[in-house]
Write a protein that binds this ligand. Sequence first.
Ligand code: HEM
Length: 503
Amino acid sequence: HQLVIPRDPSLPPVVFHWFPFIGSAISYGNDPLNFFFKCREKYGDVFTFILFGRKVTVALGAKGNNFVLGGKSTAFSAEDAYTHFTTPVFGKDVVYDVPNEVFMEQKKFVKVGLTTENFRSYVGMIEDEVDEFMKTDAAFLIYQMNDINEWGRFDATDVMAQITILTASRTLQGKEVRSGLDKSFSQLYNDLDGGFTPLNFMFPNLPLESYRRRDEAHKKMSQFYVDIIQKRKQFGDDEHDMIAALRTQKYRDGRPLPDHEIAHIMIALLMAGQHTSSATGSWAMLHLANSPETQEALYREQVENFGTPDGKLRSMTYEEFRKLPILDSVIRETLRIHPPIHSIMRKVRSDVPVPPTLAAPSENGTYVVPKGHFVLASAAVSQVDPIIWSNPEVFDPTRWSDPEGVAAQAFDTYADENGEKIDYGFGAVSKGTDSPYQPFGAGRHRCIGEQFAYLQLGVVLTTIIRRVELRLETDSVPEQNYHTMITMPKKPRNICFRRRNFD
Ligand code: HEM
């Protein structure tokens, strides 16, 4: 004689679960893609699941991406979804700690630091850092021995994490951060990073040591940046980095950016770029190591474009770098199978109807996502959806150069909000919100680091490929580990390498 409360037919179907509060947290947390594909079979493109008490409504496919990412910020709020775990890490008065209009102004300030002029100066710096790393780090000992017959090996992610922070700090973050890496800055970074995990996302306030260290590290790191800014005020600033760019910016009402806001934006950029780029670089290297043909094609592209009469390879300019289709397609394909961010969330501020073309309870009905829910888009699903892509699990960069292929069509069809194709340049993908391919998100919260990430990844990968040949140690590319904020390769993820030439 249990009382059955009829379900409101305008609410999306709820994923079946045994435990009320936990809901589907375990299935989602262990393998979100598998969970989403299974739910789609049962419930369609729109459904709600319970995640530690939160009601999360998922909208799948290109239309689902459009629904969530193209939604109005007054209805779908990123800051309401993220601030509890980003503000303790980034700090006050920036990003999700301020109303969306203020953050949008801050995003414009950051764009000022991401100019072509700056990028031109970064190519050589990134190459130098990778070169120096290979000449000095223990991971490349065999390379340093100059023996072309010996194979060495390294952990893909350990190496990429180091190279990413070295190159990002040398370029965007600035020379003071780069030299701080050899001192206390690395430890501060690790402590801060230890507070930027799924646990922090789920449970903002736990009395854990890692939370205390996070807070302590935030204070010290913020002060570290404020000190840099003050020194530059005193001694002048002619750097090509982000601190220099932010120092010149003013809000629309004429207010300059206070030092602590510059410091906090710098921390936010550090965190936004580090795991995303190092995960992508790790996956790209693992796939290259697993695919001798792709690796050879990438190496050939370097030799054909930059080979000199004495058999060496010269440095490239930023303009030349942007015209390398094989490199472009390797990164693009890596991001298709391994978008670092598998779930993008917003908190719902007012009831929002689901377009019936996306999902509906019946012919005349409409689902409504109620205020208080979260909405979730997952490009990770639409980017490997067998309905859209042929052989979606296969790493095949050539799919991007086939003008008749699904990839090119997906790219063209969804070119921009008005349906017009726009060439955003090397590496840039569609800016429309209804594309099935959006590793950098879409809409107002879209990534602004894309061009920098392509530059960093492109120069890092080619610098390595110019010097060594890669092979995978295991039979296949490792599985994805979803237990970290950013999708990383599971261990073991070793790459074997052999020096290509004598010096
Ligand atoms: C936003 C991915 C590198 C800075 C985003 C979003 C995605 C993304 C999916 C949208 C998040 C959302 O809508 O909630 C990536 C990937 C990267 C990368 C795949 C590298 C391969 C970077 C780098 C920087 C950066 C290097 C900084 C230099 C940002 C910023 C936002 C953003 C400022 C805006 C957040 C917002 O408006 O809410 N990124 N990112 N990203 N990313 Fe990136």
